[in-house]
Every structure is written in C-alpha cells, then in structure tokens.
Design a protein around this ligand. Structure first.
Ligand code: NAD
Length: 696
C-alpha cells in the first residue's frame, strides 16, 4: 500500500490499483478527498504496472455526497469535474466499489467509472432535490443514459435512495459483491475486465435508452402532469426535468453545461437556501442544551393508551408499527370496539394500497390488547392519555394512574391546550409526567411536540425524544404555554383570517393567497375538510358566530356537501354566493366597513403575527431555538419547506419590515398586533432570529 496523502492510499494487486479513500465520517467529497483521488489517479495512470483501477472507500460508506459545508465558499483543490474527467477518460478501466451509500456527488463519481459493483446493503441515489438542488455533476445527463428517462426522472425528483439489488436490475450496477468481501470482489471484477478485454464503458456515450425516450415524445408532459401536485411551488423538480429533456435532445457537453447553469441558479436561489437551512434545522431538534448527558434513557417495551377515539387509535398504531405492545383502555365496550375496528380498518386500507401484507396486519394486531380497566396498566413502561379535553377528567385520571402505575412508568398526556403542570400536580410524581402532543391523524402526521413540564425529569425527556425517533416521529421539545408552539402560532393566523372576512375578504380569496404562498390549503378549505361542527352543539348554538350560523344551516363542511364553500360530487370546492351574502350580513351587523382587501394585506395580516408570536415563544423560552419552531410548522402545518419556516421567512424578508408592518397594523387595528419585545430588540441591534443562541 502506498500512502498518497492523509486520506488516500493506493495499493497494486496483480495489475489492479486500489484507490481507497478514508475521510471520516462519511467520505464527503471535500477538497482534500478530491485532491486525493486526482493525484492517486495520476499515479495509477503513469505506472506501467497498473492495468486497471478500483476506486473504493474505507469506513462506513462510499462517498456520501458533496461536502455541503463547502457550498458558497470559494473553490479549493481539484474540482469535482476534474476528478470526474480523469476517471472517465482513463485509458485503464476504473471500477467503483460501493458500500454504505453512494449519494449525490458520490453516485456522480461512480457514474463516471467504467463499471460499478456494490455490496447488497449499499444504497444509491441522487437526493439533491431534497435541498432544493439538482445533481450538478453530470447526474442528470448520465443517469438517464444508464437507466432510462422515466426511472431517472423518478429517482432524481423524488430524491429517494434505492437498494443495491434494485440498482442491479435497473442497470445502475454491473454486479453485486459479497457483503464482507467487496475489495476482493472488485479486484476480481477488474481482472475479468482485463482478461476478457471488456470495453471501457463510458456512460456519456450510451445512446440506446435516449433513443427509446425520443420515440415517446409525451414522456415529459406526462411526468409533469402526473406529479403536478407534488411539485407545486418547487423549482428544483422542474429544472431536473428540463435537464433530462436536454440529455435527450442535446449533445452531451451542451447538456452538461446547461445542467451546471441550472445548478448554480438553484444554488443561489431562495428556495435552496431555505431547504438547506431546513436540512440542518431538522437535525438540530434532538440537541437539547442543559439536558443532563448522563440522564438514563428508560426502556419502553410496553405502552398503555387511554381513550380509543380519534387520537388514541392513531397513537396506538405508531407503537404497534414499531413492534411495541399496546394495551388500550376505554370507559365503555362500544367505544372500545369502535376504536379496535378503526385500527384494523386503517391497516386494511393500507394493505389494499399494497403497502402492508395481511401477515403484517395480524402481527401488529397481535401486539394489541384492550380492556375497560385502568388497573391493567400497572406494569406498562409508558402511559399516553388521549381522553376528552377536560381538566377535571384528566386530573382525576392522572391521580388514579399515580396509584396504579409502577414507579418507573412515564405518564404522558396528549392534551392540545390544557396546562400540563396542573395535570402533573394531580400526581405525587410530576417528574414522571410529560406531554406527548401528537397531530391528527396520529398514525400519519410526522410531528410530535414533546411538552416539558416545569418538573419533568431529564430522564423522562431523554426517553421521550429517543422513543419518538423509534416510532418515526419528528419530535420537537417545547414548554408549557397555551397551544404550545404549533397551535399557539396557528391561533394568530386563524384570528386574522376570520377578521379579514369581516373586512371584506372572502374565504376563497384568503385561501388562494395562502395556497399560492405554498400551503396545501387555506384555513377555510381546511375547516371545511375537518368539519365546521367540531366542538359545536345544536342545543347551545346561538347564531353568534359565522361558524354557528353555517352549522345551523346544515353547512358543516365537505362531509355535508357545503360549508364555507359549496362542493360538487367530486368534492371540488366552489365559492358560494350564499356564504358571501351571509358574511356581508354578519359584517354589517357588527358595524364593520366592508372594503377592498388586497392579496398583499391578506398575506401580511396572516403571516406576520405568526412570526411575532414565534418571537414571544422564544423570548419566553417555550422553544429552544427559532429553527425548532420552523420544524414544527413544516411538519405539522404544511408550511412550504422551500420557505424554510415562519422564523426563517421572517429573517429572509427582513425583521425590520416585519416590525414596521406590525406597528402599522397595531395603530390601525389594535393591540393584537403589538410587536414582541424580542422582535423590537433584534431589529434595534441589527440582528436576526438565526443570530440567537439556543435557550436552556
Ligand atoms: P375523542 O372524543 O375522539 O376520543 C376520546 C375518547 O376517550 C373517547 O372514546 C372516550 O370514550 C374516551 N374516554 C373519555 N374518558 C375516558 C376515561 N376516563 N378513560 C378511558 N377513556 C376515556 O377525542 P380525541 O379527538 O381523540 O382527543 C383526545 C385528546 O387528544 C384530547 O385531549 C385532545 O385535545 C387531544 N388532541 C386532539 C387532536 C385532534 O385533532 N382530535 C389533536 C391533538 C390532540
């Protein structure tokens, strides 16, 4: 073995040189790594004893991608293009030997090698789209040549990783290697190439699959149409499609040049900035400053769920899916049976879509037991309460749990708005009480607000955060305040959306503005979907709110064919002139002056108070850092990830502008717009949310 530099070694085995890169933790393609490959290749090419080259990595993975900390910095070392050129144009065959992951730039390096071999556990992909980019090192030009246009479009716009076996079927790999013998298998493969005088296969010269695509001129329009909803608002997927169109229609070099051009447009654009920010934000949520590093993570091998309603059933499914037994408790047999049926039928509908086998359903259902007796929860490691949202009911329940559950058990509440500290005070062990605020549908929604009470122990927090990961949730630690982080901010938007109605903006106008901003739907379409009669009762209804009036008229949302909107039989929302009249009537009765409200005002009135509320939440220490609030809003409320989150957006448009608008609205509409102290302070000191250090 010859050491070329600190990261690269070159060994020569019977005419086959092995370039092995070792740059922990993930062999990212940093300047040092690029230089290492380049000089090792120069050496291999000038050594007459070397007839073929194997390129592989030490450690846990093949090149895991570009070193994204280098983005935006001046270029250093050999460029990736130079590295790719020396590999691709090598007159001696180069074989990429892949283990771990070959992602992004990592796969683009493998694509310039003449052959690719990988172990079965390896995964490959071009996930740049997830950070608002496209594969900018030839990936959009080479991948369609190797695997065909349709597969390449799918892989690059979804950004998914594929397994080695699948990659072999697609032609992305030439051979699988034994799991623990990649090096020897790659050398043997290189020898075979030499012995059988196999050609130097350059992906850039392959034309057959492009020919196939040329014979299907509708391929791109079909793809755009089929994914229109998924791609709405995002720039990167469209640019990827354009690059693949170029791969089909232009000479290779020209396609490559256009790819580079589009890559740098995206790199400098606001969307990719936001998505790269979000990428790091999502990784920070588990960093909890001040939490005792040695706090014990308790074993959670069994869970009790109380209440088999909307939330309890969904919550139970999370644990069943992760192989953790659940005991479900209800007050009445009928409600319990209904809950059990809901769980089974949810699984069955997943199975119908081909995403679950019948065997897996039975395995999961076998982990579920149930009863009407709270005493059955005496031995579980964790209890999650999901009963009616009523303080007295919850306190009574927690004091019973305190007597029933074992000393080490964690006692959690799924309350959305009640004071967790008061619930905890009903027990003799408030340190064991925590909020686990799931979102509906709880088996689908990724977000989990982990609510830390004033006495919750570090061990209970650490265990909850750890468990959340196990069940596939994105867990954000928040403090006790009305609505916690997500709903508290939502309340601001909702209040303004309702106020705007009384000033002359129609529900469909407000919804359109928020939809165009990037939310999946606006607040009124959302209310119609959830049902306007949530929490409404006919007996108590007194026509005092717009919602009550609509419910009294039988307009209770999509399920009744009418709500704020009318609905046709395909559930298409149609603006309703009847509702328009009712709103105007209501506004008149309240003595409101109806006026023309601009789209700009709708947006600013809905969004800026959210940013302002976020500032209050940070000031009170209810969220650890601004980016945690953004993670809550992207995962739980459909904030478009290409706008980072409300706090990132505030920084991006400029806090002075947000403050000025809040002041203007305060003087015009009232104290609900009073600027947060922290917002004023940041503006006065010329700082941004991103300049804040995390709260303890
Ligand atoms: P739900 O009415 O659908 O279900 C509550 C269930 O609890 C009912 O089946 C009821 O029979 C049962 N129950 C009541 N008292 C009980 C007791 N003492 N022991 C056992 N079972 C009992 O309500 P939900 O929508 O599932 O809400 C439950 C909790 O979750 C509430 O605290 C709510 O605020 C919170 N939450 C709801 C949502 C949502 O979107 N629905 C979202 C997040 C949090």
């Amino acid at each position: 073995m010859v050491t070329i530099n600190s990261v690269t070694s070159l060994g020569n085995m019977d005419g086959v040189a092995v370039i092995a890169i070792d740059s922990p933790p993930v062999n990212a393609l940093s300047a040092l790594v690029r230089d290492g490959i380049f000089s090792a290749m120069q050496q291999a090419l000038s050594d007459p004893l070397v007839k073929a080259v194997v390129l592989r990595c030490e450690g846990r993975t093949f090149f895991a991608g570009a070193d994204i900390t280098e983005f935006g910095k001046p270029p250093a070392g050999a460029s990736l293009a130079e590295v790719q050129k020396i590999l691709e144009e090598s007159p001696k065959p180069v074989i990429a030997a892949i283990h771990g992951t070959a992602l992004g730039g990592g796969l683009e390096v493998a694509l310039v090698c003449h052959y690719r071999i990988a172990v079965p556990t390896a995964r490959l992909g071009l996930p740049e789209v997830n950070i608002g980019l496209l594969p900018g090192a030839g990936g959009t030009q080479r991948l369609p040549r190797l695997v065909g246009v349709e597969v390449a479009l799918e892989m690059m716009t979804a950004g998914t990783h594929i397994q080695a076996r699948h990659a072999l079927q697609l032609g992305l790999l030439d051979q699988l290697a034994p799991e623990d013998d990649l090096n020897a298998a790659a050398i043997a493969f290189a020898r075979k190439v030499l012995d059988e005088s196999l050609p130097l296969r350059k992906v850039r010269d392959m034309g057959e699959k492009l020919e196939t695509a040329r014979a299907q001129p509708d391929i791109f329009s079909h793809f755009r149409q089929a994914n229109a909803r998924k791609f709405r608002g995002f720039q990167a997927p469209e640019k990827i499609i354009q690059c693949v169109e170029d791969a089909v229609n232009l000479p290779f070099e020209e396609g490559l040049q256009r790819e580079r051009q589009r890559f740098s447009e995206l790199l400098q654009g606001e969307q990719s900035q936001a998505q790269r920010y979000y990428f790091f934000a999502a990784r920070q949520i588990s960093q909890i400053p001040g939490l005792d590093k040695n706090a014990a993570v308790l074993p959670v091998n069994s869970v009790g769920v109380i209440g088999a309603g909307t939330m309890g059933t969904g919550i139970a499914m999370n644990f069943l899916n992760a192989g953790i037994p659940v005991h479900l408790v209800e007050t009445g047999q009928e409600a319990l049976d209904r809950g059990l049926r809901t769980i089974r039928s949810n699984y069955e509908s997943t199975a119908k879509k081909g995403r679950l086998t019948l065997e897996a359903i039975e395995q999961r259902m076998a982990l579920l037991t149930s009863s009407l007796d709270l005493a059955d929860l005496s031995e579980v490691d964790l209890v999650i309460e999901a009963v009616f949202e009523n303080m007295e009911v919850k306190k009574e329940l927690f004091s019973r749990l305190d007597r029933i559950c074992k000393a080490a058990a964690i006692l959690a509440s799924n309350t959305s708005a009640l004071d967790l500290n008061e619930i905890a005070s009903a027990t003799t062990r408030p340190e064991s009480v925590i909020g686990l605020h799931f979102f509906s549908p709880a088996n689908v929604m990724k977000l989990l607000e982990v609510v830390r009470g004033s006495k919750t122990s570090d061990s209970v927090i650490a265990t909850s955060m750890n468990l959340a990961k196990k069940i596939g949730k994105v867990a954000v630690l928040v403090g006790v305040c009305p609505g916690f982080v997500g709903n508290r901010i939502l309340g601001q938007r909702q209040r303004e959306a309702n106020a705007l109605l009384m000033e002359g903006a129609m529900p469909w106008a407000i919804d359109r503005v928020l939809y165009d901003f990037g939310f999946p739907m606006g607040p009124f379409a959302m209310s119609d979907l959830a049902g306007l009669d949530l929490g409404w009762s006919k007996e108590k209804s007194s026509s005092s709110t717009l919602r009550e009036v609509l419910c009294e008229m039988g307009r209770r949302g999509q399920k009744t064919g009418a709500g704020f909107y009318d609905y046709d039989d395909k559930r298409t929302a149609i603006p309703s002139s009847l509702v328009e009249g009712i709103i105007q009537d209501f506004a008149r009765k309240q003595g409101k002056q109806v006026r023309e409200v601009s789209d700009e005002e709708c947006l600013e009135r809905c969004i800026y108070p959210m940013i302002n509320e976020g500032a209050k939440i940070l000031d009170e220490g209810m969220a650890i850092r601004p980016s945690d609030i953004d993670v809550v809003w992207v995962n739980g409320y459909g904030w478009p990830v290409y706008r980072g989150g409300p706090m990132f957006y505030g920084d991006q448009i400029g806090l002075p502008r947000v403050l000025a608008k809040m002041q203007e609205f305060e003087s015009r509409y009232g104290p609900q717009f009073k600027p947060a102290r922290l917002l004023e302070e940041l503006v006065a000191s010329g700082r941004k949310f991103s300049d804040l250090s995390p709260a303890h």
